[in-house]
Each structure stands twice: as C-alpha cells, then as structure tokens.
Design a protein around this ligand. Structure first.
Ligand code: AMP
Length: 193
C-alpha cells in the first residue's frame, strides 16, 4: 500500500493534481473538503455544523474531520493506496491519521508539499470563485483561509519532515509541469497502474 499526503495552501493545486495522480496510479482519493461539501449539500447534521466554519474560512473542528476519515479508509479495503487531499490540516489530525494507519497496518509514505506564492494563490482562488461558484472563494474568506493555513496547517509539514517524509515542490508552474515534478517523486515508490 502507498499512502500520499498532497499538501499546500488553498489554491496550490491539490485538487487538480489529485485527479492527475489518481488517473495515473489508481490510488483512492480522500478530500476532506469534498466530503464536507457533500455533507453540506445533504444538509446532514455534520454538514450543517461544518458549514458554519467553512463559510467563514475557518477549519472545521478536528473530531468532526477525523471521524469522517476513518470510515472512508475502511470503505476501501482493496485500495492500492490513498491520496489525502486537504487532510491532515492540524498536528492533531496528523497524529490521529498516523495512529489510524498504524492500526490498519500501514503508514504515510510521502508528503508532497506544493509551494505557490501568495499573490498567485489569491489570483487562482478568485478565478475559481467565478468559475466553480464555491461560496468560500471570495476575497474576504480567501484571506481567512490563507491565515488559517499559516497559523494551524503549515506546521503539519514539520510533523512529516521529522519522519523524513516531506518533499517540497514548486507548484506555481502550469498543471503539466507541476505534475511532472510530482510523478518523478511518486515513481520512486510506485509504478503507474
Ligand atoms: P478545501 O476544499 O480543502 O479547501 O476545504 C474547504 C473548507 O473545508 C476549509 O476551508 C475548511 O473549512 C473545511 N475543511 C476541509 N478539510 C478540512 C480539514 N482537514 N480540517 C478542518 N477543516 C477542513
């Protein structure tokens, strides 16, 4: 099993590159943002609770997100591995993920961190707000999301750096260029399926 964390600030291209990775390597994609948006759409209890935070550009409480992840791993016992996209976003989530995977007899193999300058992130997110209609892609909420990234999420890279699993990649090129960089790293562990 090969487990990858695709890491980086909002707008760094995690969702786009996850699609390229899963097409090439047939890993199972777990995006907590997508899962939460599904719950919001269903108007489930979890979704209604999560929406309060998402609309403000704040992180949803750890226990809500961690509870959701465990089930998704169990639902896919035959997976070749997982891409975690937008998770873990706090050191508490990282510790919980490590424990969860250890319990299942596996672990995180690699964290790829996409580095993109802030001005480019804002430009991309504003563009996405227009094209995808995501309610959290407006200027005020974008600023808060990037702030949450710096105060709570950026430290998660240190967590995996101390485990020698972190690789930083330039993420400000075009989609194909960034994917070539990603592929070069994953190929060290896993062949395309
Ligand atoms: P994303 O699609 O990954 O940008 O996530 C959109 C929003 O969902 C974030 O701004 C958070 O409010 C929430 N969210 C997604 N993933 C997490 C997570 N791992 N922990 C806490 N909140 C999350």
């Amino acid at each position: 099993m090969f487990n990858l964390i695709l890491f980086g600030p909002p707008g760094s291209g995690k969702g786009t590159q996850s699609q390229n990775i899963l097409d090439t390597y047939k890993l199972h994609h777990i995006s907590t943002g997508d899962l939460l948006r599904e719950e919001v759409k269903k108007e489930s209890t979890l979704g209604l609770e999560a929406k309060k935070y998402m609309d403000q550009g704040l992180l949803v409480p750890d226990e809500v997100v961690i509870g959701m992840i465990s089930g998704k791993i169990d639902e896919n016992p035959e997976a070749r591995g997982f891409i975690f996209d937008g998770f873990p976003r706090t050191t508490e989530q990282a510790s919980a993920l490590d424990k969860l995977l250890e319990f299942k007899g596996t672990e995180i193999d690699l964290m790829l961190s996409l580095e993109v300058p802030e001005a480019e992130l804002v430009k991309r997110l504003l563009h996405r707000g227009v094209t995808s209609g995501r309610s959290d892609d407006n200027e005020e909420v974008i600023t808060k999301r990037i702030k949450e990234y710096h105060t709570k999420t950026a430290v998660v890279a240190d967590h995996y750096n101390t485990q020698s699993k972190l690789v930083n990649l330039k993420g400000d090129g075009d989609i194909e260029t960034t994917f070539r960089l990603i592929k070069k790293e994953i190929d060290k562990y896993l062949q395309p399926a």
